[in-house]
Design a protein around this ligand. Structure first.
Ligand code: NAD
Ligand code: WQD
Length: 357
């Protein structure tokens, strides 16, 4: 097999998938504009994958480019012959920010994807794995979420995923030489157990786990629990958290499945199990060895009480089942949080990466 191009490969999920692909002996090309990631991640990916200097040079390439720049994309494919599959992670991903800056989200995510599909077509690259999200399921579906459920969204970020899925499905159906897998992630958390790579949100995190990790590290004062009056066992919201290394393995399985398949297929990547906010906090307290201050505040607008996946299709068709539990997710996230806090050059992400509104 040729090489695998990872758009957004320097980001949270892309970097972990890169490590897993290197472990499976693939050659990878990371294409990123570093709008939400650090350049130093490439070196940390190579170290995590235990590559020698020679191996790192021959098996990992970096292309610093923006998907919005068509010429740079064409050049990326021209200078990297033998790309066999593209895994498309690149995109803006914060739900709240997308409500404040819809143009930036539609522009970056939609135009970026259309440019990528055009460049792939021109370069004769016919296989695509796309980072979709559980957010594409309409909110009135009962849990667990099945791949065949009705789709929709409630925010611009979610609509970009919904629209991109549709664009990819239409191109595959028109038989224009594209085959694709759409991966609908539930709630990815955790980090590689070696602790050199992990999630690195800029500013105050919106998501629960990175927020809890920053409270544990003393960078934030207390956890805000968004409602404890839901109809759930302890009243707090329930989600399907999946370890990012399980997610990475899911990508490798999807990509291998795509080798001899045509068409377009969507798969949930989750564990099929729900964990409440309080359960997650307790697991993190065990991981970091201390009690964490928290207070219950009002419900967050738009939150659902319970979201988890039906994972039968990925198990049956891709042969993929997530194996890591909440404890492992929290242990690994805490190890990364400590490394991140002490990391030399951790001011690199202070660059101005603002997007136009
Ligand atoms: P991330 O922000 O850490 O990684 C995305 C990467 O894409 C970053 O390195 C960023 O610099 C790059 N990027 C963004 N726009 C670009 C552009 N125009 N050109 C080139 N590079 C660009 O995010 P992540 O958590 O790793 O998520 C990866 C993908 O998975 C995203 O598409 C996201 O929407 C999707 N997803 C994430 C989650 C989650 O909870 N993290 C859940 C569901 C789906
Ligand atoms: C989890 C639970 C909150 C923060 C989001 C996106 C989704 C996907 C993953 C990209 C909920 C509660 C949270 C906090 C809290 N991303 N919470 N205090 O909302 O399930 O999913 O990220 O595709 O599209 O919507 O994840 O981590 O924000 O929330 O109590 O400070 O934690 O109410 O029950 P969510 P989350």
């Amino acid at each position: 097999m040729g090489s695998i191009l990872l758009t957004g490969g320097a980001g949270y999920i892309g970097s972990h998938t890169a490590v897993e692909l290197l472990r499976r002996a693939y050659h990878i090309i990371i294409l990123d504009n570093f709008s939400n990631s650090m350049r130093s991640v490439i070196d940390r990916v190579c170290r995590t994958a235990a590559l020698s200097e020679t191996d790192a040079k021959s098996r990992v390439s970096l292309v610093e480019a923006d998907l919005l720049d068509k010429a740079a994309l064409a050049e990326a494919f021209a200078s990297s012959p033998g790309v066999d599959v593209v895994i498309h992670f690149a995109g803006l991903k914060a739900v709240g920010e997308s409500v404040e800056k819809p143009w930036a989200y539609y522009h970056n995510n939609l135009v970026g994807t259309l440019n990528l599909l055009g460049a792939m077509n021109a370069a004769g690259v016919s296989r695509l794995v796309f980072s979709s999200s559980a957010t594409v399921y309409r909110a009135d579906n009962p849990v667990p979420y099945y791949e065949g459920y009705a789709l929709g969204s409630t925010n611009p970020y979610g609509w970009t995923k919904f629209m991109i899925e549709q664009i990819i499905r239409d191109i595959c159906a028109a038989n224009e030489g594209l085959s694709a897998v759409l991966l609908r992630y539930f709630n990815p958390i955790g980090a590689h157990p070696d602790g050199l790579i992990g999630e690195d949100p800029k500013g105050i995190p919106n998501n629960l786990l990175p927020y809890v990790a920053k409270v544990a590290a003393g960078e934030l004062d207390e956890i805000r629990i968004f409602g404890d009056d839901y109809d759930t066992p302890d009243g707090t919201g329930v989600r399907d958290y999946i370890h990012v290394m399980d997610l990475a393995e899911g990508h490798a399985s999807a990509m291998e499945y795509l080798q001899d398949r045509k068409g377009c297929c969507a798969f949930n990547l989750g564990t099929g199990r729900g964990t409440s906010v309080r359960e997650l906090i307790r697991a993190f307290e065990t991981a970091c060895g201390k009690r964490l201050p928290s207070k219950v505040v009002g419900r967050r607008a738009g939150d659902l009480p319970v979201v988890y996946a039906n994972v039968d299709l990925a198990a049956k068709v891709l042969g993929f089942t997530a194996s890591r539990g909440i404890e492992e997710m929290c242990d690994d996230a805490w190890r990364w949080q400590q490394y991140r806090a002490a990391m030399p050059g951790n001011t690199e992400d202070q660059e101005d990466n603002s997007t136009p509104s």
